[in-house]
Design a binder for this molecule. Sequence first.
Ligand code: AMP
Ligand code: FE
Ligand code: FE
Ligand code: ZN
Length: 285
Amino acid sequence: MRIDLHTHSSVSDGTESPADLLATAQAAGLDVVALTDHDTTAGWPIAAAARPAGLTVVPGMEMSCRWFPADSPPISVHLLAYLFDPAHPGFAAERARLRDERLERGERIVRALAEDGHPVSWERIVERSEGGVVGRPHIARALVEAGVVDSVDHAFTTLLHHHSPYYVAKVDTEVREGIALVRAAGGVPVFAHGLATKRGRVVGDAAVAAMVDAGLLGVEVDHPDHAPDERAHLRGLAADLDLIVTGSSDFHGANKATQIGACTTEPDQFEAILAAGTGSVPFRD
Ligand code: AMP
Ligand code: FE
Ligand code: FE
Ligand code: ZN
């Protein structure tokens, strides 16, 4: 069994449609794939309809959250959520708020870039996103197409970096509130790429313990952005805190170099997620 529990389609900031992503997953030899677009479940019905026979699709999402340390600015944390009820009112309202927040901050970033002479248009970026959830990768692609930078990666290390004067932070959900919402909707919350220091500041062990007290059920250990020592530390923490351990590619299509299935989850850990999730069911044969 090959299981990849973290992928993004063009419904958020991946480049493949949900149908193409599922075909890619099957061609890569995966048996199970989770669709975890940022802050939206819009891809779920599309994936259910497009699912190739033999492939199991886990409905999921990656929620944009923040941890507030006592004595430093908030730290961005991403929460994977599986098998929740998409109709739970409180959780649906918070997802809608996060999407609005993305539109507002995306527009502010792009307008500031345009004012300084970078030939990018917010209207064009929104049009190209086809109603999907907008993120910095969309702005990065526009900057590449305008010839301002030579790659999406280059955009992220310069104009779109969180230290750039153009960067605008989103008002993401306080992570313990996010965890509570996922659990209230019958879902399984898993801390995504929690120690990926290459992405920026990360939280300490005490924060993870506090997240477990709030209802966190798992941690993503094998992730392309985790160094070997970071994986080892998280694996130890998961054993101490009795957490589910996952591994995933965080596939974004052509927006990142990572291939689907680059990291995978053990079948017994996937079974634990299936047993804990009560808000929805996988799409399968
Ligand atoms: P945002 O959610 O709008 O703040 O943008 C962050 C998103 O950009 C994350 O989902 C990452 O997957 C993606 N991202 C971060 N760094 C890079 C990079 N160097 N190349 C491509 N995508 C990236
Ligand atoms: Fe992303
Ligand atoms: Fe993430
Ligand atoms: Zn992701």
